[in-house]
Design a protein around this ligand. Structure first.
Ligand SMILES: *[C@@H]1O[C@H](CO)[C@@H](O)[C@H](O)[C@H]1NC(C)=O
Ligand SMILES: *[C@@H]1O[C@H](CO)[C@@H](O)[C@H](O)[C@H]1NC(C)=O
Ligand SMILES: *[C@@H]1O[C@H](CO)[C@@H](O)[C@H](O)[C@H]1NC(C)=O
Ligand SMILES: *[C@@H]1O[C@H](CO)[C@@H](O)[C@H](O)[C@H]1NC(C)=O
Ligand SMILES: *[C@@H]1O[C@H](CO)[C@@H](O)[C@H](O)[C@H]1NC(C)=O
Ligand SMILES: *[C@@H]1O[C@H](CO)[C@@H](O)[C@H](O)[C@H]1NC(C)=O
Ligand SMILES: *[C@@H]1O[C@H](CO)[C@@H](O)[C@H](O)[C@H]1NC(C)=O
Ligand SMILES: *[C@@H]1O[C@H](CO)[C@@H](O)[C@H](O)[C@H]1NC(C)=O
Ligand SMILES: *[C@@H]1O[C@H](CO)[C@@H](O)[C@H](O)[C@H]1NC(C)=O
Ligand SMILES: *[C@@H]1O[C@H](CO)[C@@H](O)[C@H](O)[C@H]1NC(C)=O
Length: 691
């Protein structure tokens, strides 16, 4: 190498050496792969396979998540005696050296999630034994079995939080957590637990327990009075029976039994503070009608539970007596959606005087008598959609007591009549959905006093409901809207879709022009409509209407969302496309019969980076020969817009059959006139030959 070339390299090297000597003197020394902020060393995602040894001695937090560490050697933390938090999740960790923590007296939080600790668990357990101050331990996703877990957890008497989710636990018993006296939170979700026997007996401080996504078949004799949150969703639970003999008040506030196989409403503690009860997606029904001992004298009241060791427990619960379902007096939320409830037992609703949300969608309710049920005045949300309701009764008194009811969903039932002033009587009502019932809109002349109150009518009054903002009347078999149908009701959101016979009279919704933000007119047989008075409209759905051209008045709106799917649009004229592109953010256009040679609108939208065509990849167009093309893959030169080129296409179309015909004739000639061939060749060669 010539000396001239070496010189700059030398200079560079010297500068680099000086730099690396100087920097540590100027600031904290730090490992090139780690970032330091105060006493926290962040070495995650650094592809390292051992603990960096050149970090400042006084670091308190060390994050090594997502690296290639396979073993934590005995001495790798010896310098960092102030360490409080160590995270080594998502490595390939198999073993933690048994002396690793000898110099870590302050370690309080250890995250070893998503590793392979099942491999070297013996040594790892000896390491954990030395952590006398550890409070937080995450061992999730480590393929731990019951036996490995109990070895790893012995004598962890200071632990307050433990995560064992995503392991291979099958069964827990009294030996599993016997030393964890301080434990407050335990996450066991996503294991394969099918049995738990006395495993939590020693956990007197446990407040949060997650058992979701396991294979438990029952939770019976539940007596954990100290527990605040119990999540047992996504199991196969058929029975939840709390110990009915305990007079103590249970601290339980949240019970999640979503996605199980419950047939009975859970047998809750006699006294509790339960606020949130999640029971959706079960098979819960009420059986009050079976409680009659005169009719069913021999029906049992006890349930037997066998465990793996063959012990039998008899639990006696008043199975058929719905008045004994425990304390639900503090409930805020009752979610029974997706069950088989056909009626509420007598007095059931009134046992929940502070209920705020009642979710009953997708059940089998047939009648709702608000006079009888006495829903509490605290109720804010009532969802009885997708049931079999044919009747809804209410008197003025019971309605005016629902002074906080804000959300009411009655959609997808078989209602054909309602008290006409139902919604006018609900003083806080803000969102109503009665879609997919056959309920009309009362015309002006019919809202006189004599149709008030408990009487039923096939139409509802929507005028002068000053709290109402959102109204869904999709699929209500609406015909001509009465004039001034919504006067005095400041709707911002009106859904009228799926009323194919809808006829919006000129004065029916004009009163909403100052408030309306969303208007849904999909599948309403819309032909044209003057949208220009609706200055505040931001979202418009006019899909499925066989429109051949866009209403001209759209241009004057400040629309952000426009659904034009499934119409018969050939194109969007340039002036409309240009104005729309300036304002639109979201547009749906699939299912139209666009002309491939009139796609200027598409290029306009594409150029305006702010427009998001949601179904872009599905939009197709037809060329002159009625062939369908995906707009995104279309060759822009295909049409080019000029006449000559379309002529060129006709020529091409003409040439192909002609060529085929010629080809077929040649083959025909060659096959059926074999003697022509030699003659032809002879002629061509002009040479006498004998055959
Ligand atoms: C756990 O602690 C108990 C009592 O402090 C002690 O007798 C036992 O040897 C410890 N177990 C282990 C494995 O260190
Ligand atoms: C337990 O760990 C799992 C998986 O690492 C995580 O999804 C879950 O949120 C953790 N649980 C708690 C209570 O932090
Ligand atoms: C129960 O756990 C599941 C799974 O982790 C979670 O989706 C659900 O939100 C939890 N329930 C409650 C009430 O927190
Ligand atoms: C109930 O049990 C008694 C005794 O086993 C029997 O005589 C009676 O017929 C049973 N009643 C019904 C309704 O099954
Ligand atoms: C279960 O049975 C075993 C032996 O049959 C007995 O030692 C144990 O105490 C029983 N446990 C319960 C909770 O009854
Ligand atoms: C449980 O109840 C059944 C029927 O009532 C009875 O035969 C059995 O002896 C009871 N078993 C226990 C352990 O109490
Ligand atoms: C609704 O319940 C009230 C109170 O029990 C009752 O008087 C009324 O007849 C019921 N209405 C219907 C239609 O069943
Ligand atoms: C009403 O309930 C139906 C069915 O459960 C649901 O699809 C719809 O979104 C709900 N309406 C509103 C306004 O939330
Ligand atoms: C319904 O209204 C009619 C008069 O319009 C009245 O005669 C009848 O008693 C009312 N029925 C009920 C149940 O209030
Ligand atoms: C527009 O209305 C149609 C018909 O009801 C519906 O299927 C579609 O989902 C609506 N579009 C949007 C964006 O909600």
């Amino acid at each position: 190498m010539p000396i001239q070339g070496l010189l700059p390299t030398l200079v560079c090297l010297t500068i680099w050496t000086l730099w690396s000597l100087l920097i540590p003197a100027l600031s904290h020394p730090h490992h090139s792969l780690c970032r330091l902020t105060q006493k926290i060393a962040l070495c995650s995602d650094s592809e390292i396979s051992s603990v960096p040894r050149d970090l400042p001695d006084n670091i308190e937090e060390l994050h090594l998540t997502h690296n290639h560490i396979q073993m934590l050697q005995d001495d790798s933390l010896s310098r960092y005696i102030s360490l409080r938090t160590l995270s080594c999740a998502k490595n390939r960790l198999e073993t933690v050296g048994s002396k690793l923590f000898h110099n870590s007296p302050h370690l309080e939080s250890l995250n070893l999630a998503a590793n392979q600790l099942h491999v070297g668990y013996q040594e790892t357990s000896r390491a954990l034994l030395t952590l006398s101050r550890l409070k937080v331990l995450d061992l999730s996703e480590n393929q731990l079995t019951n036996d490995i877990a109990s070895v790893l957890l012995q004598n962890m008497t200071s632990l307050e939080y433990l995560n064992l989710s995503r392991n291979l636990l099958l069964r827990l018993d009294e030996s599993s957590f016997s030393d964890l006296h301080q434990l407050r939170e335990l996450d066991l979700q996503r294991n394969m637990l099918f049995e738990i026997v006395d495993a939590f007996d020693h956990l007197h401080k446990l407040q949060r327990l997650n058992l979701a996504f396991n294979h438990l078949a029952c939770l019976m004799d539940f007596d954990m009075t100290q527990l605040v949150v119990l999540n047992a969703s996504h199991n196969n639970i058929e029975w939840f029976i709390a110990n009915q003999d305990l007079q103590e008040t249970f601290q339980l506030e949240t019970l999640d039994l979503t996605n199980n196989n419950l047939l009975f409403f859970p047998f809750l503690p006699i006294q509790s503070r339960l606020r949130n009860l999640h029971l959706s997606q079960n098979r819960v029904s009420f059986y009050e009608h079976l409680a009659d001992t005169a009719v069913y004298p021999n029906w049992t009241n006890s349930v037997q539970f066998f465990n793996l060791r063959g012990n039998v427990t008899n639990v006696t619960a008043q199975l058929w007596d719905e008045s004994l379902h425990g304390d639900i007096s503090s409930l805020d939320l009752l979610d029974l959606s997706g069950n088989q409830v056909g009626y509420f037992p007598q007095g059931f609703i009134s046992k929940m005087p502070s209920l705020v949300r009642l979710r009953m969608q997708t059940n089998c309710l047939e009648v709702l008598n608000l006079t009888l049920e006495k829903l509490p005045g605290t109720l804010y949300e009532l969802d009885v959609s997708n049931n079999r309701l044919t009747e809804l009764h209410a008197d003025q008194g019971s309605l005016s007591e629902l002074g906080k009811l804000s959300y009411l969903n009655l959609s997808q039932n078989d209602l054909q009549s309602l008290p006409p002033r139902l919604f006018s009587s609900l003083t806080s009502i803000s969102s109503v959905d009665i879609s997919f019932n056959r309920i009309g809109i009362c015309p002006l002349e019919e809202w006189g006093g004599n149709r008030d109150g408990g009487n039923q009518s096939d139409c509802v009054v929507w005028r002068n409901i000053i709290s109402l903002r959102q109204l869904h009347l999709s699929g209500c078999n609406l015909g001509r809207l009465p004039s001034s149908a919504f006067t005095g009701t400041p709707l911002t959101h009106l859904e009228l879709s799926n009323n194919p016979e809808l006829n919006i009279g000129p004065r029916s919704i004009v009163g909403l022009s100052r408030t309306l933000h969303h208007l849904g007119l999909g599948n309403t047989g819309l032909i044209d409509f003057d949208f220009s008075p609706f200055h505040h409209l931001k979202s418009l759905n006019i899909s499925r209407n066989s429109l051949t051209q866009l209403p001209a008045s759209l241009q004057r709106l400040e629309l952000r969302l426009l659904d034009l799917r499934d119409n018969k649009l050939n194109t969007v004229p340039s002036d409309q496309a240009n104005t729309l592109a300036l304002k639109l953010q979201t547009v749906f256009l699939n299912g139209n019969t666009f002309n491939c040679c009139q796609l200027d609108w598409y290029r306009t939208f594409e150029r305006a980076k702010t427009v998001n065509i949601i179904d872009l990849s599905d939009i197709s167009c037809q060329d002159l020969t009625k062939n369908t093309h995906k707009v995104v893959f279309l060759d822009p030169l295909m049409c080019g817009g000029s006449e000559e080129e379309s002529v060129y296409w006709y020529i091409l179309l003409f040439i192909v059959p002609v060529l085929c015909l010629v080809g077929i004739s040649v083959i025909f000639l060659l096959t059926f006139r074999p003697r022509l061939l030699p003659k032809a060749i002879k002629n061509k060669c002009r040479r006498p030959t004998s055959y």
